[in-house]
Each structure stands twice: as structure tokens, then as C-alpha cells.
Design a protein around this ligand. Sequence first.
Ligand code: COI
Length: 432
Amino acid sequence: MVRVPNPGRTPHRSLCMAASSASSAKRALLPWARNAHHALARALQGSGAGGSLHGAPLSTAAGGGRWSLLQCRRRSSLPQRDAADRSEPSDEDTGGDIDWDNLGFGLTPTDYMYVMRCSLEDVVFSRGELSRYGNIELSPSSGVINYGQGLFEGLKAYRTANRQGYMLFRPEENARRMQHGAERMCMPSPSVEQFVHAVKQTVLANRRWVPPQGKGALYIRPLLIGSGPILGLAPAPEYTFLVYASPVGTYFKEGLAPINLVVQDAFHRAMPGGTGGVKTIANYAPVLKAQMDAKSKGFTDVLYLDAVHKRYLEEASSCNLFIVKDGVVATPATVGTILPGITRKSVIELARDRGYQVEERLVSIDDLMGADEVFCTGTAVVVAPVSTVTYQGQRYEFKTGQDTLSQTLHMALTSIQKGLAEDKKGWTVAID
Ligand code: COI
């Protein structure tokens, strides 16, 4: 176990401030942090102040003793990037024995991850650093484990055609979406600059894992989690932003071939007022049952309907949905239950650039059944053509292959992402 060095501060300084300084510090906190502060205090009072935290006795001593004696020692088993590790991996030094032609979407552990922390007293994230990729230590009572206080993002880095560098696709959009989600989940979030910096550092540190051109991408997974301990339901007192990466190929086992979806009308992915519109980790485990059922019956993935009318399309387990009818494109509007996908947003723009009318609206199951073409979009999925959708035992078929809009959009999007087409929109960010 290695402790993360925390320059510029007392290593074991409590997150839970001395009572005398607490009120002034509290005033400076953001609303989420103020609430968390109150809740933490309540939870601790309710606990009877007995027991210990990381072995430090809890006490009711006056004048801030109660808080200051809560030595919320922040320990971590994050493996560090030591001096021996600092030799830069070369481009030629590619990722081990990896079979670049059969990547799929499995996890291949890479060399480094980026970690940055923020406590209630810090209010903002600071001092992020790379460390060796490996297990992390979390309190059993951390907010993320107990109450699902967490968000994730997904983006890809591609090797540029001339092998001189790497390209990210709209990373600021991921950063902003994380900020929006953090607001909803009562978490502080990294600034856009911090987010993009962390992503770039992660790519550079793992550059031997970026697949050769045409073989896939380095999938980057930023996480924002409530890592601090909390027992009563409240925002965690400490947050961790962590970025790791894995080389990936196509998401579905079908590869680039069309996929087969089944409409789920018993389980729902999201509800009005819920968290469907943000990328919280809590949106994903609940779809596993439907996904497993669907896979066991030979379907690729599940298509969800709205929870109120059971009539309007929402999204698939891991991607947004589009239909095309008589040359008009429609996709469910992002009104809170649907994730505002970055690929979705880009594809809408690319389709409009090509003269298509694109409607963001309620899309009913009847609209779907009458569509000419159906496709899914997502960072992992890219643009995936749908060949069949099964609804209440009835199978509907759609156009796939050459001369489909999905194929045009797939080509247009991936050419920009890989640096094979001019990026007139300024969507790509080079890492040299
Ligand atoms: C992505 O497309 O990046 C996602 O986050 C979907 C995930 C379930 C693989």
C-alpha cells in the first residue's frame, strides 16, 4: 500500500474541520457542500460519536475537538508513478501481445491512470497526478459504494494518420456533461481545463496502447466518485476524479454488422425527474437484467420505452437511437430521461449539413415500426445500423448496408475522428 503524497498540506488533516473555523469555511462552500457539511454533522451526532474512523477515536471534545479529532485519514493504495516508471513509452513499444485485429470492447489494463481529489474543505479539485494503473482503496462507507454517488464519461483517442500524435473528439463536451451531472448528483467537478488536461495526460502516458490506425481507439474512462466516508444519506465528504484507459475495437460482438434490438416494456431505464439525462453509474446496473435476458434470446441490446406511457422510445442500454422515414431523421428529444450523447449531437449536425431535416421530438413505437432505417449512436457504439427490432413478439426489419444514412454518417464521423477528413468544425483536439 502506498500513500498518495499530498504536497502543501498536513497529510492527515481532517476533512471535518475544527468547529471554530467550520462556520466561516461553510459559508464559502457551494450549496452541495454546505448541505453535505450539515448532513455529515447530523450523521456524526446521530452516531453517538462512538467508534473510530481509520482507527482514530471520535470524541465530543468542545471547541472543535469533535471535528478535529475526526481524523478522516485519507489513505490510498494508488500505486505511484515512481522514478523508475518515468521513462516514456515509445510509439514503437506497443501494448504487449495484444491482438489489434480482435480487440472488441473488453478491458485491457494499461500502464497509468490519472487521479485528482477534492474534499469539502478544498471545494475545488487540485493536484492531480498520474499513477500506475491499479486497484484503489476506498472506505467501505464511501458515498459511491453505499449510495451510488458517481458519474462516468467515455471518450476515445485515435492515432493520427501520420503517426505523429493522437486525436481526441470533443473532450470539452464530456467535461461539461460531467459538470452538469455533478450538479445533479451533488458533487464538485473538475474544470473543463482540468478534465481535458487529465485526459491528455492519460493518453500520453498510455500511448503504446493506442491502437494502430484503423484497428480501434484508446477508450478513455473518466470517473467522478464520492470517495469519502458517509453513513447517513448525504453527499460524501471527499471526491475522486480518476481517468483510466483501455484499447478497444467495436462495441457489439456483431462488429460493424447491423444489430438486432428488442423493445423492453416491463423494465425502464429512466423516469421523469430521475437521472436518465446524466451519466451516473446508477443508470447502468439496473439495465443489466433486461440486457442479459435479451442477449440470452439472441438480441444484441435492449431498446427502452418511456416509463409513463410505455409508448415513446428512449434509448438503448448504451446508446441513443435515430430513425429515418422518407428522408426525415428523428431522434428522441433529450428532455431529462435520455442521455445527451456527444455522438448524437455530432451526428445531428452532420446529417443537417448533408441537407437532412432532423427532428428532436417524441418518437413513438409506431414511428419506429414504420421507419425505413434505424441506427444507434454512442461513443462506444459509434454509429451502429439496426437491422431488426422486435416488439411484443413481432419482428420489424430495416434497411442496412450501402446507401444508408447510417453508413454515410459513420464514415463522415469516423473520418473526422481519425484525422482522415478535414475537421471544419474544430471538433478534434490534437495531443502531440
Ligand atoms: C460510451 O459509449 O462511452 C458509454 O459510456 C456506454 C458504455 C455503457 C460503454
